[in-house]
Design a protein around this ligand. Structure first.
Ligand code: GLN
Length: 501
């Protein structure tokens, strides 16, 4: 086995026993990135020099017995997450040259204990997408079949883990961006409960849904990373003060004989549900049953509204969050020649002297408009337009407010279900990875790919995707385990039982 193929647990043992160093491990991962990134495009930025320097420091920590679970472990990070001194673009040209002066809290926690940052992963721009085809840095093909998508929006992160370019990665999930690419690439992805992990330093997409979580090779590794990154953060007021449980211990504690698994019928009635995905999910449920779990059919009747609600709430929050990007400080800045009607001294426009400060003689308005035109891809513009429209006077009540009301009903669906069952099991995606180009020209088709993912996102509950087999054509299939708020330990425990089958 090559070192880059190791799990965190295996790498930890090897590093601590002196079988290899973090420099060895990092070198092998960087070699793999060099060999495969041309084809996979999973990294926007590779930190070759700094990774080797960080690995050296980690090796000293290990030598001095200052060992924490992630010391010396090479990892990578979705490019929508800030990393100090390392370019962070969110796959948007408008941030093409943005180098953050700080680390996101979750990244800081990993780096402080000697985690080695290999680089920044490609993604759909600002997380808008389900295939990684909305990236301004090109798509990320699926490592299992280069004609298929890797999923999105954290496609680069999932592909990097699946292709063993790293030992684990950190992604972001607003409406499925960790879970869906994890399922398409055959790895493990957790969307934690809203408020469990700090989002400080994560470029905001839809603030009432955004979460940050790991993508790993095994559920056990997931528990290790979650243990290190979870917890309250004074810099993110949405984080909860609840103690972080010992996740690894929780994994071992799951007694399947005492577990009631809910099977939400609406998820299995989706038109687009692929028969192979359906049978893989039912087979995973059947195995749990054989191991002693009680299986119960439940109903989440509001599921059918989830996509409609999600694609109102999210663009509204997107449009508000993206208002800060204007092309003045970073990235694409499109200076334009002066527009005659905006000339200084124009009698119709009293504030022109101020406006004309933008660009080389062009107006500030033109600078904003042209920079945003070239700095954002189509999908981002679409969301800004939809969100601005749905929030405008006259439409707010009809769209945004109504969507928020239905969101409450979706939350209540989950609350009622979790009175009857411990966890819910569903497919992660209705289908395995689809072909590159198959849905990219039809935004609605792309949005519908989120049908199994959006409900848990809107409800703020944790959801894990674990591999549960392969399709006949050799594509991974993932199943999703959804639990009540802050039940990450339980969800991972059930995920591990499925993984072991
Ligand atoms: N497909 C979802 C969307 O485009 C994924 C978003 C996310 O989780 N970042 O909104």
């Amino acid at each position: 086995m090559n070192l880059n193929e190791l799990t965190i647990k295996q790498a930890r043992t090897g590093l601590d026993n002196g079988e290899f160093t973090s420099v060895d491990l990092t070198t092998v991962c960087l070699k793999r990135i060099k060999e495969c990134n041309g084809e996979l495009n999973a990294f926007i930025t590779v930190c070759e020099k700094s990774a080797l320097a960080e690995a050296k420091v980690a090796d000293e920590m290990i030598e001095n017995k200052k060992i924490k679970p992630l010391t010396g472990i090479p990892f990578c990070v979705k490019d929508a997450i800030c990393t100090v001194g390392v370019r962070s673009t969110a796959a948007a040209k408008i941030l093409d040259n943005y180098i953050p002066p700080f680390d996101a809290t979750v990244i800081k926690k990993i780096r402080e204990q000697g985690g080695v940052l290999l680089g920044k992963n490609n993604c759909d721009t600002f997380g808008h997408g389900a295939s990684n085809e909305n990236s301004m840095y090109g798509p990320v093909p699926n490592p299992h079949d280069l004609t298929k998508v890797s999923g999105g929006s954290s496609g680069g992160s999932a592909a990097a883990v699946a292709d063993n370019m790293c030992i684990f990665s950190i992604g972001e999930d607003t409406g499925g961006s960790i879970r869906q690419p994890a399922s398409f690439c055959g790895v493990v992805g957790l969307r934690p409960s809203y408020g469990r992990n700090s989002r400080y330093g994560i470029m905001p997409m839809a603030s009432s849904l955004d979460t940050v979580g790991p993508i790993t090779k095994t559920v056990e590794d997931m528990a290790v990373v979650m243990q290190e990154i979870a917890g309250c953060d004074g810099r993110d007021a949405t984080t909860v003060p609840d103690d972080v449980p010992d996740y690894e211990k929780e994994l071992g504690k799951i007694d399947l004989k005492k577990l009631t698994v809910g099977v939400p019928k609406e998820y299995f009635e989706v038109d687009a549900l692929d028969p192979e995905v359906k049978s893989a999910t039912l087979a995973a449920i059947e195995k749990l049953k054989q191991a002693g779990a009680t299986i119960k059919e439940v109903s989440l009747p509001m599921t059918k509204y989830a996509i409609a609600v999600y694609y109102i709430v999210v663009p509204c929050e997107d449009s508000s969050n993206l208002g800060r990007l204007d092309g003045v400080r970073y990235g694409v800045r499109v200076d334009t020649p002066p527009t005659p009607s905006y000339q200084e001294g124009d009698s119709d426009t009293g504030n022109i002297p101020l406006l004309s400060r933008g660009g080389r003689g062009g107006s500030l308005y033109d600078l904003y408009a042209n920079s945003r035109d070239q700095g954002f891809p189509e999908e981002v513009k679409r969301r800004i337009l939809i969100g601005t429209y749905a929030l405008s006077a006259g439409y707010y009540d009809a769209y945004y407010k109504k969507a928020q009301k239905v969101r409450t009903l979706i939350i209540q669906d989950f609350e009622k279900a979790f009175k009857k069952v411990d966890v819910l099991i569903t497919p992660t995606s209705p289908f395995p990875a689809f072909a590159l180009g198959e849905k990219s020209f039809d935004p609605l088709q792309m949005y519908l790919a989120d049908i199994m993912l959006a409900p848990a996102s809107l409800a703020g509950v944790p959801a894990l995707s674990v591999p549960a087999g392969m399709s006949k054509s050799g594509l991974p299939i993932g199943v999703q385990i959804i639990g009540p708020r802050l039940s990450e330990g339980l969800v991972m425990g059930v995920g591990e039982a499925i993984e072991k089958n």
